[in-house]
Design a protein around this ligand. Structure first.
Ligand SMILES: *Cc1c(COP(=O)(O)O)cnc(C)c1O
Length: 373
């Protein structure tokens, strides 16, 4: 179906904008393997987070997640656990599986919809699991930075576990104050997929303060070659192409305007949706906003709202519902306790479109359909 208002409308550089970059790539005969565009782009991504950060670009965030787990935990034998939420995108759980670790699903809190730090703490004290837990895979849900990142860093430090953060949709988001998503944990993983607020087609990056980690990631993403033609570790092919890096440099130039536009739409949802019926994900106002996530206070009305939006030609969704533990492949994954909040959020979540240049009348329509006027 062709919607009047699609859920996502990627905004890419115009062909004439990118033509000179492509001509340069052709002239240099350098299409991939750490060419000049990729080198420039990876430095720019790190610098966007802060001068003390380093980055390693990837062909996508899923490969970046796999490489991060391999670099930090090594390859597992499927006996050890990594804490993660069930309310997220499957890539993180799949990355753990590919690396030989078992996800252990933890409940979420209902403000930010992030993994609940107290539930994680209880799990780390649970005799049934505690000796077999080797890491934490936190997810900044929908790319919105958690308000509790310091608590997670403290828990990781106290328990001696690495903190890997899947911030796939969150390039451009803030935690609190001016602290950027990308600045926390052992490393953070971003996706630059066409559907994310910062989009280059297929692409991703790992950002960290740890230069040695980047060296390892660079080797892993290039078949495990370190310096010379000598494979020193298990690798794969995770390299970002020059053309995507070139698109990334163009996207970065105008990213401030993009963020302003997206936050403007979100601010309207925040100000105009009926607060008796709808609640917005906490801290989303300082995120890059792949879309706006709404909790419908009366969960029994969620499907009716969704249907009315679709009937009005508005492509709304219910991400990340169904949560991973309800999906066929993950039904055998262990959970420490009932995923009570996860279940509630699954039943009441609604995701609303945001585009870089969204027409005000499209936002008017969405708000009026939802408010029932
Ligand atoms: C989009 C997304 C991914 C996957 O990113 P790709 O670049 O498409 O591999 C992983 N995790 C989360 C939370 C995402 O939203």
């Amino acid at each position: 179906m062709n919607y009047k208002v699609p859920f996502i409308r990627p905004d890419f550089p115009a062909d004439e904008e990118i033509a000179s970059d492509y001509a340069q790539i052709l002239a240099s005969n350098w299409f991939t393997n750490f060419g000049p565009f990729e080198r420039k782009f990876s430095a720019a991504i790190a610098n966007y987070i802060g001068p003390e950060y380093v980055a390693c670009t990837f062909s996508n965030a899923t490969i970046a997640l796999i490489a991060s787990v391999l670099a930090i935990l090594g390859k597992g034998d499927n006996t050890q656990y990594v804490l993660m939420p069930s309310f997220t995108f499957p890539a993180g759980a799949e990355a753990l599986d590919w690396c030989g670790y078992r996800p252990l699903f933890i409940d979420i809190e209902d403000r930010g919809l992030h993994m609940d730090v107290e539930a994680a703490r209880r799990t780390l004290e649970d005799a049934a699991f505690k000796d077999d837990i080797v890491g934490i895979l936190f997810c900044n849900a929908f790319g919105v930075g958690t308000e509790n990142i310091e608590d997670w860093e403290a828990l990781a430090k106290q328990s001696g576990l690495p903190l890997i953060i899947d911030s796939a949709a969150g390039f451009g988001s803030l935690y609190s104050g001016d602290r950027k998503v990308g600045s926390a944990g052992d490393c953070e993983i971003f996706s630059f997929h066409a559907t994310k607020p910062f989009a280059i087609g297929e692409g991703g990056a790992v950002v960290t303060r740890d230069k040695k980690l980047v060296e390892t990631l660079l080797a892993i993403q290039n078949f495990g070659f370190a310096n010379k033609r000598n494979v020193t570790m298990l690798g794969l092919n995770g390299k970002l192409q020059e053309i995507n890096a070139a698109i990334g440099m163009r996207q970065l130039e105008r990213f401030d305007t993009v963020l302003e536009g997206r936050r403007g739409v979100h601010a309207r949802y925040m100000a105009e949706l009926d607060p008796k019926q709808f609640r917005l994900q906490a801290n989303a106002e300082v995120a890059s906003l792949c879309f706006t996530v709404v909790i419908v206070e009366d969960a029994s009305a969620r499907d009716r709202h969704l249907e009315r939006l679709l009937e009005a030609g508005i492509e709304a969704k219910t991400y990340y519902s169904p949560s991973l533990h309800k999906q066929t492949y993950f039904t055998s994954v262990k959970t420490q306790s009932p995923l009570t909040v996860t279940e509630q959020v699954d039943a009441s979540v609604l995701s609303l479109p945001i585009h870089d240049n969204m027409k005000p009348e499209d936002v008017d329509l969405i708000i009026s359909v939802l408010n029932g006027r």
